[in-house]
Design a protein around this ligand. Structure first.
Ligand code: SF4
Ligand code: SF4
Length: 86
């Protein structure tokens, strides 16, 4: 069954581990800006917004590295021949 990454923004601490991990594993470089995931702080709300680029491979490595459970690997359900999005 295909996998995807579920996001629970309320658990995000903004540590950046996900982006660093993705950059190393998928791009061979150590730098959050090179990863396929980005974490932006909403200044006034004090929360974090997590987004994936179109180049994300849905490999789930970022979720395995997330220390707070804000990212979680999930199985995608296929219904009526349509595949869910990661
Ligand atoms: S799922 Fe994989 S490719 Fe996508 S952001 Fe996470 S580590 Fe990077
Ligand atoms: S999603 Fe997880 S690893 Fe990424 S910044 Fe938030 S707490 Fe850190």
């Amino acid at each position: 069954m295909p996998k995807g990454v579920a996001v629970i923004p309320a658990r995000c601490t903004g540590c950046g581990t996900c982006a660093l991990t993705c950059s190393v594993v998928n791009c061979g470089e150590f730098g959050p800006a090179r990863g396929h995931i980005s974490v932006a702080r909403r200044e006034f709300a004090g929360t974090f917004e997590i987004s994936f680029s179109s180049t994300c491979k849905s490999c789930g490595t970022c979720a395995l590295a997330c220390p707070s459970g804000a990212l979680q690997v999930v199985e995608l359900v296929e219904a009526a021949g349509e595949r869910g999005r990661a």
